[in-house]
Write a protein that binds this ligand. Sequence first.
Ligand SMILES: [Zn+2]
Ligand SMILES: [Zn+2]
Length: 239
Amino acid sequence: MFTGDYHTHTVFSDGKGTVMENAAAAKEKGLREVAITDHGFNIPTMSFKKYLEAKDLCKAAEDALGIRVISGIEANLISLEGDIDVKDEELSAIDYLTVGFHKFAWFNGLKDFMKMYAVTYFNGLITTGEKAIERNTKAMIAAIRRYPVKVITHIDHSLKVDVAAVAAVCAEKGVLIEINAKHLKDLEGQWEHLVQSGAHFIVNTDAHTPAEVGELSAPFEAAVAHGIEKERIVNYYGE
Ligand SMILES: [Zn+2]
Ligand SMILES: [Zn+2]
């Protein structure tokens, strides 16, 4: 059983459901909590203003349905220096900050595009070189140290990093590493690093439709099968 699903998208970014529909789906699945985590503000359909609208809708859904509806953002890592697409003055309004890399987000500058983004368009065709992995890792760690990040979403998906190094900093800072239902394949060959890090984990769906919300068994079972102790998965609370 799980307390909640803490990574879901709505029509505010690239999801299909409304905030209310995601919340209702979570309730139907027996969850006590759900987080709405639409993409950060460097994607075309999102903005800080829209986040604030979504936040009001989270409150309305919570009042209507009686489950906790957390208003969050899946911010984009947008530079080699570890910048994300949420401004410092906007951070305090974000109740639940998660960070991931998305190649469809607008990058900070040309250098960031060339050194960080370009290679991610060819994933599967070319492998990320050691130097690039080192740069990506540095960028992600800088973001973890600089922002009040709760969760790193789909680690090693698209942007390749030194998973052991990132996980070590997550452990140190108490940042959760997500086991994402959609991107389990990216963790092949990385599970050992995750197990050996002192980090804690969260299993999430990354739902883009209400029907997917709360479908947490697959990422949970994958994590356990690869040696992650159930006690380290923070949204699991027993059979
Ligand atoms: Zn994502
Ligand atoms: Zn997502």
